[in-house]
Design a protein around this ligand. Structure first.
Ligand SMILES: Cc1cc2nc3c(=O)[nH]c(=O)nc-3n(C[C@H](O)[C@H](O)[C@H](O)COP(=O)(O)O)c2cc1C
Length: 136
């Protein structure tokens, strides 16, 4: 099975980049930003993202739109300050584009301004790595 990792990080904290680095280290696969299109078909796309203004970022949506034909199934990895998952937002895009989406996902709460200081923890990153390995 071929697996690709793409992430989008926006805040100065770079929580999503840290999550992507943890998943990359656990799986040995390179994590690239969503600005980098898929070169080849991926059976699974580990889509590592976060919630902004109750949405996923337009750059994440644009990546999915550009690469829809190359993605077998999306596996969602995400953080938010509220603890709410981005899965429903990713599902909306996946359904619109006809891409399969795993109902198994990784989510954890993350810091934002003064909220959730210290999150994700090292334990969260380790859990993300374990989940990623289980989805290879
Ligand atoms: C501009 C902005 C808007 C955000 N809006 C929400 C939101 O609506 N709901 C929520 O739960 N978290 C929200 N957050 C928190 C982020 O989901 C959280 O900090 C995430 O880990 C950010 O990832 P990043 O550091 O990779 O950008 C927001 C963060 C930013 C920077």
């Amino acid at each position: 099975m071929t697996v690709a990792i793409r992430y989008f990080t926006k805040s100065k904290k770079g929580n999503t980049k840290k999550l992507a680095d943890a998943v990359s280290a656990a799986t040995g696969l390179k994590a690239e930003e969503v600005s980098v299109d898929l070169a080849d078909k991926a059976d699974r796309l580990f889509l590592i993202n976060a919630m902004y203004a109750a949405q996923i970022d337009p750059e994440v949506k644009a990546f999915l739109e550009r690469n829809a034909g190359k993605i077998g199934e999306i596996v969602n990895f995400n953080t938010s300050a509220s603890g709410k998952s981005t899965l429903p937002m990713v599902k909306k895009e996946a359904d619109r584009l006809g891409i399969a989406l795993s109902d198994r996902e990784f989510h954890c709460a993350a810091s934002w301004i003064f909220i959730n200081k210290g999150l994700p923890t090292d334990e969260d990153f380790a859990r993300a790595g374990d989940f990623a390995k289980s989805m290879l």
